[in-house]
Design a protein around this ligand. Structure first.
Ligand code: CU
Length: 136
């Protein structure tokens, strides 16, 4: 006579239940993460040996205005034709691109200004590409 090997009928259901609980918990966490406060998005385009922004098209090296404590997503985009590198640095806010950007390249810096003041930004390779960032 052969003995039937009895499986634990409840065990697999318990495992499925636990897996579903993990999935549900993950869904709750990710939906919370997306409901954070708004982010200010700024794109500075380096072109013609100056910075330009879509928000202030009439201004070269525009005066960028931020609020203390807000999340800022700043993208630096090099649209300079002719193999000219550009970068971006704000020493007063300890911000800078990690590298020099070639034509067509961009870098996004995510930061939160923690102090009020007026700070100077510049391209280290072209000192005339200089403007101000105000934090109120
Ligand atoms: Cu430059």
């Amino acid at each position: 006579m052969t003995k039937m090997i009895r499986k634990h009928p409840g065990l697999s259901l318990t495992i499925i239940g636990a897996a579903m609980a993990i999935v549900l918990a993950t869904a709750v966490v990710s939906s919370r993460a997306t409901s954070v406060t708004e982010t200010r998005e700024i794109v500075l385009v380096a072109k013609g040996m100056a910075f330009h922004s879509e928000q202030q098209p009439e201004e070269t090296n525009p005066h960028v205005k931020l609020n203390k404590g807000e999340t800022v997503k700043l993208t630096i985009l090099n649209e300079e034709p002719g193999q000219i590198f550009h970068c971006f640095t704000v020493p007063g806010l300890r911000l800078k691109t990690t590298r020099h950007l070639m034509e067509g390249e961009s870098e996004t810096i995510l930061f939160t200004p923690k102090k009020k003041g007026v700070f100077t930004y510049t391209c280290m390779l072209h000192p005339m590409m200089t403007g101000k960032i105000s934090v109120d």
